[in-house]
Design a protein around this ligand. Structure first.
Ligand SMILES: *Cc1c(COP(=O)(O)O)cnc(C)c1O
Length: 369
């Protein structure tokens, strides 16, 4: 039996007619950059998240970069984020000219360890970028309290958390703004690159829209030098179709995750879900002592897996300049050799999930910690 890590073909076949029609409409209108399809998706996504504005951009990394740039972050500033996240989070911070400051992940929920954030704050700290990693929101009540106490900006990296909730609020509604990626493999994925920033601030939304369109105002006057990072019409039309199915796919992910966790209890560390969250399982990540062996065994059984991430950011050559060692981020450092992402998407069948469970059970050993 084959089990794909993400099955974009199965998803396409389930909505083929709607997608084909949507793409044909954009082509017929030649509404390729911005335009009515982008505007209507932006409106729908802002309503989905529960924010005043959604500004579509070319990808999630640009969403983070333009958000931070538009909030005035740059040289001389320090920005705190998690040691274990996708490199895009840190890249965007560096791109503004600010310095990235890593904080370890908490050992239970894998998000930024809020017990350690305050110790990392210095007079240069201007912002925190919490990442709702794997689809599980951070404790945003506590994080926002820390941010308010120290007068820090908060930019949520919600690239893995479309539709996730902390208590009764959608992740992405807490910070000054939140950034989403619509990379094809994300919970809401385009047919190419796309991303967005959501915010309640009229001023910030207008600045981001201008910054991402060469600093242009309505009048074709360029007040500032910006960048070219715009949402294209084809991606917007695909996203608008897929947004209508997102809740059903998210529920399917949550159901699949529950089946995995039942079947895998006792043989590996299954994801801990905070009682106050809706975890949308962008990734279903287990921890095992013999990760590489389990991975090979699963591959031989037809099961595709991933590792998110092979090395925590401070241990990548890209961040060698910061001079970090294993003891600086003990959780991220020890977990990087134990984590394994199992197949997760909205079209997994029970038979596929059970095949993955059986294959893991044949070989997995519990980590000691
Ligand atoms: C995917 C992702 C991004 C970047 O998104 P792109 O669209 O690939 O640029 C940023 N942060 C996190 C946590 C991500 O998973």
């Amino acid at each position: 039996m084959k089990v794909a890590f993400v099955d974009l073909k199965a998803q396409y076949h389930s909505i083929q007619q709607e997608i084909d029609q949507a793409i044909a409409a954009v082509v017929a209108d030649c509404a390729f950059i911005g335009g009515k399809y982008a505007a209507s998706f932006e409106e729908a996504f802002a309503a989905f998240v529960g924010r005043e504005h959604c500004v579509g951009v070319a990808n999630g990394t640009d969403a983070l970069f333009t958000a931070m740039k538009s909030l005035g972050l740059g040289h001389g500033d320090a920005v705190i984020t998690a040691a274990n996240t996708f490199i895009a989070t840190a890249e965007a911070i560096t791109q503004t000219g600010a310095e990235v400051v890593f904080v370890d992940n908490d050992p239970l929920y894998y998000n930024l360890d809020l017990d350690q954030v305050e110790a990392a704050i210095t007079p240069r700290t201007r912002a925190i970028v919490p990442v709702h990693l794997y689809g599980q929101p951070c404790d945003m009540d506590r994080l926002m309290a820390i941010a308010h106490k120290h007068d820090l900006l908060v930019i949520e990296d919600a690239a893995q958390a479309h539709g996730a909730r902390w208590r009764d609020r959608t992740a992405g509604t807490f910070g000054d703004c939140a950034c989403y990626s619509f990379y094809p493999g994300k919970n809401l994925g385009a047919y190419g690159d796309a991303g967005c920033v959501v915010t309640d601030s009229d001023e910030l939304a207008a600045f981001i829209r201008s910054h991402c369109n060469h600093g242009r105002h309505d009048t074709l006057v360029h007040g500032i030098e910006g960048i070219n990072s715009r949402l294209d019409g084809l991606q917007a039309a695909v996203l608008a179709v897929k947004l209508r199915h997102l809740e059903a796919w998210t529920e399917a992910r949550i159901t699949a995750a529950a089946r995995y966790s039942d079947g895998l209890a006792g043989v590996c560390v299954t994801p801990a879900v905070h009682p106050d969250v809706r975890h949308v399982f962008h990734l279903y990540v287990i921890r095992v002592a013999n990760r590489d062996q389990v991975r090979q065994h699963l591959q031989a059984a037809g099961v595709q897996t991933g590792v998110h991430y092979l090395k925590a950011l401070p241990y990548l050559a890209a961040y060698e300049r910061l001079g970090h060692g294993a003891s600086d981020f003990p959780v991220a450092h020890s977990f990087q050799d134990e984590i394994l992402s199992l197949p997760m998407h909205g079209d997994l069948t029970e038979a596929q999930i059970d095949h993955v469970i059986a294959s893991v059970r044949e070989i997995a050993h519990l980590p000691e910690n």
